[in-house]
Design a binder for this molecule. Sequence first.
Ligand SMILES: [Zn+2]
Ligand SMILES: [Zn+2]
Length: 479
Amino acid sequence: MAMSKGNGLPVPDDIIYKILLSSPLYSSLKATLLTCKQFYRVFQSHPNSVVRAVAYNITGPALPQALECIRHPFVPVHPRSLLRVSLSDPGDLETLISAPITPPETHQIVANSKIVKRLEDMFSFRYIDRTISTSQLSSSESRAFCIAVYRLMLYGAIADLGAWIHQESDPELRGDLITLSDNREDTEKGNKMFYCFSTPELLRLHSVTVFLKEILCFCARIYGYADEIYDLATVAGPARILNGFGNQDRDGLQLLDDISYFFRLEDPETLASLSSSPLLRILDLRNVEPPSGFAHWLSVSSRASERNSQCDRCQETLDFGAHSRSTFTEISNGECYRLHITYQHKYGPQHIHQYLKGNLRFSSFEISAFIDENKEFGATFLLQMWNDLWRLDLVQQQPKDQRFPHTLPDWTEDSYLCDVCFTHFLSENLWLWWRHIKSSSKTLKQDCCYGFNCELQVKSALHAEDFNHLCEQTQVDNL
Ligand SMILES: [Zn+2]
Ligand SMILES: [Zn+2]
């Protein structure tokens, strides 16, 4: 490439061009361009190649699919959309993909790539390596996974669940702009898209769909929806499912409500066209049996390990909530996207007192002392508690709680625990840690003979304050 010399900088234009091409993000490209006008001049000579190179740096080799999922002619055009590419032949996807990237498209590329990356990280954590929160897929596995997610994103955009529901539920729009059958036609277009994929690609798409279903089930775990609604994970699309996971009380609930809308319609034809059955139908036509159970994840990575997704203690599934020192370290560093909601609601210093032993958790005096004393730990709370319990050898010093099955192995410092086992661990051990904190600050009073079982500590703040209840019961009859 011919580059002009004498730009006033000690580096030639072609080096500046290479620097611009290697910008990892659009924000860093912008910052580089603002440093001096020579950089901006070089950018203006080759804006399209620089913008495309940065898009590649963001999405990796799945860039064609990333562009396809925002430019595909089947994706509905919304009135506010500025990013349509005008094509003389909408069937020519290569032309469509190679067209220059517009500024509004850069925003969508960045937003979509965050969704894809988070899903890849979550998949890797769950099935490949739970000790690390960022993806450990190989570059070829990562590429294949990202392509599958972008394709499901495209499918979700074509089906356009949100617009469909909006139009169906608004009497002014119903039967006017788009009818149910028109929408079904759009979805059928999306279904036909699957026919051109190779069988390994379809199997991977199906496995990623099953992974999206798992996330949807996780969002719905406390609401008790019928199992069939999870078949609509494909049409809900990766973006809505991940948003639902990120804000389960608001976006998650809204998504589940939208999906269950189709079941209230009781229109089997619509349900069949929306569910994940098109993928299965095509595989069936090709005489291919899709994997079941854990074998799904082997079509994404040969290193997928069932052990990685199981609780070390009870062998039940970890879901997305493995509790371990590495997870607590992530939370401490503010990096744990997977669990931030669970931790805010259940295990932060403001809420975790519900796992104090016996009647301690009902004692207003103990609860407010616990919150006041521990709020300064903030996000580091769990890591601090976990480290103290093991460093001071507190876990093994007490009789086990008879309520929990003792056929399970003992607690160990490096365990990865499911949510059920972790709450058992807290019920057995949190009070010991709290006693250690109070004893360190010399605020422990004389022991009450009814210990943590004392009922009077709940009724009388004065009694709760005058005696220590962080101890075993030594007198049999209770108050
Ligand atoms: Zn467990
Ligand atoms: Zn007492």
